[in-house]
Design a protein around this ligand. Structure first.
Ligand code: ZN
Length: 138
């Protein structure tokens, strides 16, 4: 497998709108998209920081994984996502190296890209996501 870049860093927040304001007013970053991913029970706000996205993630369900994360850890970094060319073959390779997978096959994530999560117990305590490299618009 080949990791091309940090595709995004996801930060769990309690209130998306307040957090967007915080990022815009504090760091001068501009939110360019707000998207609800029904499948994952989240609402996400995207910021572009030099080609790496920061995603603020709010739970839309008190039983969702983000809500449970905040209950346990408070707000903070939820996961890091690596852009790879092929999520499926990367999963197979990692599994063969003994890495515990949360998703054994890719599923659709934000922006319709294939994603899969690795288990944090296998990745130094950091929930790690593989994300299909997005083809550039041009
Ligand atoms: Zn993610």
């Amino acid at each position: 497998m080949h990791v091309n870049s940090i595709e995004h860093i996801a930060i769990a927040v309690k209130n998306l709108d307040e957090s967007i304001n915080f990022y815009e007013n504090t760091f001068g970053l501009k939110c360019y998209l707000i998207e609800e991913v029904v499948d994952q029970k989240v609402r996400t706000a995207f910021f572009n920081v030099g080609g790496t996205k920061i995603e603020l993630v709010e739970s839309t369900d008190s039983q969702g994984t983000i809500a449970k994360f905040i209950e346990k850890h408070g707000e903070g970094i939820h996961h890091i996502a690596f852009a790879v060319n092929d999520v499926e073959s990367s999963l197979k390779e990692l599994e063969s190296k003994g890495i515990k997978l949360i998703d054994r096959t890719p599923r659709p994530g934000a922006e319709g890209l294939d994603i899969a999560f690795l288990h944090p117990k296998s990745t130094l305590g950091v929930l790690t996501e593989l994300c299909k490299e997005k083809l550039k618009d041009k």
